[in-house]
Design a protein around this ligand. Structure first.
Ligand code: 5GP
Length: 126
């Protein structure tokens, strides 16, 4: 089944300006903003402005320009937040997808988490 995008999701509303956000960076195709329930001192969500549900959907359906813009925006956010692994102390990139990935908001987003040690990659499933 092809991905169906629900334009009533919370990030679509943020992109339309219907809900406020604490913007970290905005580019032509990408928005980065602070997570409302931060799980680390740095917790930024980076989203494409286009209607993509998951990372794989974005990779398959987005234009080259959108993918490049998004990737460069991620790099810029990491630099701005001081969490690059060269000068800073690194970070964790997470992108949840679908039911098993425990995705809450069905608009593709990359979590950038940093400012503390992140622990092992996966906790034991409960
Ligand atoms: P997911 O579980 O889908 O990977 O992550 C969704 C994230 O969106 C969660 O970390 C949650 O705190 C965040 N979030 C949910 N609603 C809002 C909102 O209205 N504003 C912001 N800034 N973040 C939100």
């Amino acid at each position: 089944m092809a991905y169906a995008y629900d334009d009533q999701n919370i990030f679509a509303k943020i992109l339309r300006g219907e809900i406020p956000n604490k913007t970290v960076l905005e580019t032509e195709h990408t928005l980065a903003f602070e997570d409302i329930r931060p799980q680390a001192p740095v917790h930024v969500l980076v989203i494409p402005k286009g209607p993509y549900v998951t990372y794989d959907h974005f990779c398959e359906a987005a234009s080259d320009a959108e993918i490049v813009d998004f990737s460069r925006a991620v790099a810029a956010v990491c630099k701005m937040m001081g969490v690059t692994a060269d000068i800073g102390e690194g970070c964790r990139f997470i992108s949840n997808a679908g039911e098993h990935g425990v995705q809450e908001v069905p608009h593709y987003h990359l979590h950038v988490l940093g400012g503390r040690w992140m622990g092992r990659m996966l906790a034991k499933a409960e």
